[in-house]
Design a protein around this ligand. Structure first.
Ligand code: GLN
Length: 562
């Protein structure tokens, strides 16, 4: 019998509901309770795949090719599980399914209503995940904030589920914010009281309240919330702003949420000790030498657009005991100011995924700079494609080389639309998505990183390296080091003789875990630690370990070429 923990948010959004849910999952897993997670998104888009990263941040890709909310990334990283598209349900999906059924005539002339047609549809999806995973517990995050109009059918659904599965099998957690008034130096509980009142208006009485706060929460405040919101005082849990999000499971466990959940839901709990997680967090925050990594992209002002990339770099930094200082650089600024100036301090460069022509010239210049100056480079999807374009233009001397995504009529389409993409006209969910195998070529950097013959990675793209140019690129030193098993698709390319210049058509960042960095990112950071360039002086993190000015590969020639 699956139990359910429903997590709602009050007062304001963006106070860390996703991280709280991921942390609840982590503490349950540590108690040997099997857990899966689901995010309910009340917006009307079918999925975030077609939404602007400015609106929605990163699109997290699941193994089965779901384009989902970035919170699923937190869930996977914290709990160390792999989710599927069933873990993200949007109102758009609910209505699309319902209206398709109506058009098919499934309702035999009946009137379709919010209750119970919409609510049943939501319930079915939650039940489906429970059946599919067979987990002891499903933690369900309701996106948005209590009081949002579009969230109402979702709240109504989670209210109904309690009666259906039995009160003892459901636990409601409400996350709120305690604002701090500087003038009077006090935390205020009124917004929390109002938000709980609103939640009760939907028929839901929270069993625990997590109170986000920038300041310590005195017992008097907890007592007040307990009194006004009718929640036991020990179920009012302060969640202070922390140095790293990975500390949140420790805090929740320390405040007794693990015990409260297992007791209330009658779960058999063994273990529960967070020692190794705690040691990992201690290492994360321990003072470390810094290493400067430039991320050159299109949406860099919004770090959420690259959240898995950021986390993957941090995980690799943790492995090498380095603090990763990310320099977020706008690709368009590289076009205006040139790479020399903006990338001077970077010990390593990442060009992450992206779509459309804006900023691409800056990314190509970035790849050229990394290649000529022997700066370690990791290209993720579009980052691989710009690397190929630079190589074709500047090493093969094919000046008209481009991706047909950027210039449809270009003279040398070195990055081409994949054949199966040619007939596709619909935008939503039609890319090459999710897990595909990749065979590694022995004797390459990629192989050395993975030390495996075949790996499985997650994808999200329409374009690929054009096979007509593969041989000439290989002959000129751009080696295909990972291929699809049929050999038709280049999945990884690397520049021979460079300390580390590897581009991948997939997204390794989605598979990175705090205690288990992705092999390619790990090796990229290792190479970056080994980088030293003129201009990189002691302010840079080279006080520890091996002689830093010894590169992993050969030094650049005086003209800057590798
Ligand atoms: N726009 C490129 C493509 O569709 C790259 C995609 C990506 O970076 N995720 O192939």
């Amino acid at each position: 019998m699956t139990k359910y923990i429903f997590v709602t948010g009050g007062v304001v959004s963006s106070v860390g509901k996703g991280v709280s849910v991921a942390s609840i999952g982590r503490i349950l897993k540590n108690r040997n309770i099997s857990v899966s997670v689901m995010k309910l998104d009340p917006y009307l888009n079918v999925d975030p795949g077609t939404m602007s990263p400015y609106q929605h941040g990163e699109v997290f890709v699941t193994k089965d090719g779901g384009e989902t909310d970035l919170d699923l990334g937190h869930y996977e990283r914290f709990i160390d599980i792999e989710l599927t598209r069933s873990s993200n349900l949007t109102a758009g999906q609910v209505y699309l399914s319902l209206i398709s059924k109506e058009r098919r005539g499934d309702f035999l002339g009946g009137t379709i209503q919010a209750v119970s047609h919409v609510t049943n549809e939501i319930k079915e999806s939650i039940r489906f995940l429970a059946d599919q995973t067979g987990s002891d517990v499903i933690v369900v995050e309701v996106g948005g904030t209590v009081g949002d109009i579009e969230g109402q059918p979702f709240l109504e659904t989670i209210r109904q589920i309690r009666n259906e599965v039995g009160r003892e099998n459901v636990f409601y957690v409400h996350l709120t914010l305690l604002p701090y008034i500087t003038a009077t130096q006090e935390l205020k509980t009124k917004p929390t009281q109002h938000s709980v009142k609103e939640l009760r208006g939907s028929g839901i009485q929270p069993d625990a309240i997590l109170c986000r706060s920038d300041y310590p929460v005195p017992d008097s405040i907890r007592d007040k919330i307990s009194l006004f919101c009718d929640v036991p005082a020990d179920a009012v849990i302060p969640l202070l702003t922390v140095d790293t999000i990975y500390r949140v499971p420790l805090i929740l466990e320390e405040w007794g949420l693990g015990d409260l959940l297992t007791k209330s839901l009658g779960l058999k709990s063994t273990g529960g000790v967070m020692d190794s997680w705690g040691r990992m967090v201690d290492l994360m925050v321990a003072p470390k030498d810094k290493i400067n990594i430039a991320v050159v992209g299109k949406y860099v002002e919004l770090h959420d657009a690259y959240i898995s990339v950021k986390e993957a770099l941090n995980h690799a930094g943790l492995f090498h005991e380095r603090e990763i200082e990310i320099d977020w650089i706008h690709a368009e600024d590289i076009e205006k100011e040139g790479p020399e100036k903006l990338l001077r301090l970077a010990s390593g460069i990442v060009v992450p995924g992206g779509f459309g022509p804006r900023g691409v010239d800056g990314m190509i210049l970035t790849a050229e700079y990394a290649r000529r100056r022997s700066v370690p480079y990791l290209g993720l999807c579009l980052g691989l494609q710009v690397m190929v374009i630079d190589y074709a233009r500047n090493v093969l001397d094919l000046k008209g080389a481009n991706s047909i995504e950027m210039a449809e009529e270009c003279e040398h389409p070195v990055v081409n639309l994949m054949p199966e993409q040619k007939s596709i006209t619909e935008k939503g969910g039609t890319m090459r998505l999710g897990n595909y195998p990749c065979r590694l070529v022995a004797g390459t950097k990629a192989y050395d990183a993975y030390k495996m013959d075949e790996v499985i990675e997650r994808h999200r793209h329409r374009f690929e390296l054009n096979n007509s140019y593969r041989e000439s690129l290989e002959n000129a030193g751009l080696r295909a080091s990972g291929l699809s098993p049929d050999g038709k698709l280049v999945e990884i390319s690397e520049v021979q003789g460079h300390p580390f210049m590897v581009g991948v058509q997939f997204h390794p960042e989605f598979l990175s875990r705090p205690g288990r960095p992705h092999p390619l990112v790990r090796e990229f950071i290792k190479a970056s630690i080994g980088t030293f360039r003129e201009g990189d002086q002691p302010a840079l993190p080279f006080s520890r370990g091996n002689v830093p000015w010894k590169r992993n590969g050969g030094m650049a020639k005086p003209n800057g070429e590798v």
